[in-house]
Design a protein around this ligand. Structure first.
Ligand SMILES: NC(=O)c1ccc[n+]([C@@H]2O[C@H](COP(=O)([O-])OP(=O)(O)OC[C@H]3O[C@@H](n4cnc5c(N)ncnc54)[C@H](OP(=O)(O)O)[C@@H]3O)[C@@H](O)[C@H]2O)c1
Length: 308
């Protein structure tokens, strides 16, 4: 069956990759800020009403965790009101909503990985608005799958991987937070797993249901800290021995060789972040048979992809 799929946030890390991974499933309609501004939830609802997609994959979000502290209303409109309105329209048309949420819905006090039934308790505005988005979608009654993921990076866009490589060309030594634990996850792995979930839902679809629903955690396997992630980036980058000449930023040498661990209290930020936001992926595996590889494996694949 060929699906009509609306992807919001098509210029973002996950949205960009979705445009490619969803292509085999039917018609992909990529939407950017030019087509619709999610800060205007009514305009967003109108876009969905006009296009009548089989499914919306909402990869657009207000993702600047720091800035959200000073723009809570805008972040709420984009992360909660707009997804809520998309969900209300889909509840009427029978469409499916795939939506992304975050590990930052948790307060980080649990000692092990969080599962989907653990109570949320966001520490910052971004996490609060993403949690509110989850709640509005659930309340709408539309068929939905909410994928909570974490620490997203890619070889394009604004993210930790590219920041580390830039700083590592400018400095001798990097200082990174070593007391926050999570799972860095490559945007492409998220987009590929999402495409498999959409395909599975489409197979199960009948007049009244898409077969699956609810919240699922979806991150790379394993866990690390920002400091260890940065160290691994430096090592993986150096280990890619034969650089082709035309690899642009991914071909130039690094000056920094090591990462110094610091504690969160030495790195002052506007937004508080959880010390532990590792998510258990057991439900995703049990339901869809999906298991994302270890974060180190995905990091290597992402870097190899950038230089080959
Ligand atoms: N990044 C992370 O580490 C992380 C971690 C956990 C969960 N998530 C969630 O995963 C999802 C995908 O994140 P990502 O990292 O791919 O995000 P991203 O790279 O920051 O991209 C966000 C996308 O949303 C678009 N957008 C922002 N405000 C908009 C508005 N007012 N109207 C229309 N479009 C707007 C951006 O468009 P412009 O290019 O025009 O700005 C961009 O295309 C989001 O739901 C995010 O909350 C992210």
């Amino acid at each position: 069956m060929s699906l009509r799929l609306l992807v919001t946030g098509a210029t973002g890390q996950v949205g960009w990759q979705l445009h490619r991974t969803l292509a085999p499933l039917g018609e992909v309609i990529p939407s950017t800020r030019t087509e619709v501004d999610l800060a205007d939830p009514e305009a967003t609802a109108k876009l969905v009403r006009d296009l009548v997609p089989d499914a919306v994959v909402n990869a657009a979000a207000y993702t600047n965790v720091e800035k959200a502290e000073s723009e809570p209303e805008l972040a709420h409109a984009i992360n909660a009101d707009a997804p809520g309105r998309i969900a209300e329209v889909l509840a009427r048309t029978g469409g499916l909503l795939i939506h992304y949420s975050t590990d930052y819905v948790f307060d980080g006090t649990k000692s092990g990985p969080y599962d989907e039934s653990d109570p949320a308790g966001p520490l910052n505005v971004y996490g609060q608005t993403k949690l509110a988005g989850e709640q509005k979608i659930a309340a709408s009654g539309c068929a939905h799958i909410i994928l909570r993921t974490s620490w997203i990076y890619d070889t394009r866009g604004k993210n930790f991987l590219r920041t580390v490589l830039r700083l590592a060309r400018e400095r001798e030594e990097l200082r990174m937070v070593g007391d926050q634990h999570g799972a860095p996850t490559w945007a492409r792995a998220i987009a590929e797993a999402t495409a498999q979930i959409v395909a599975r839902c489409a197979q199960r679809r009948d007049r009244s249901s898409w077969g699956y629903g609810g919240i699922f955690h979806m991150t790379a396997a394993g866990q690390t800290t920002w400091a260890s992630f940065a160290q691994q980036i430096l090592e993986e980058y150096e280990s890619l021995a034969a650089w082709p000449a035309d690899t642009g930023e991914f071909g130039s040498p690094l000056t920094a060789k090591r990462v110094v661990r610091i504690t969160s209290d030495l790195y002052k930020t506007a937004a508080r972040r959880p010390h532990n936001s590792v998510l258990s992926n057991e439900k995703l595996q049990a339901t869809f048979g999906l298991h994302l590889p270890d974060w180190r494996v995905l990091l290597r694949l992402a870097l190899q992809d950038a230089v080959r």
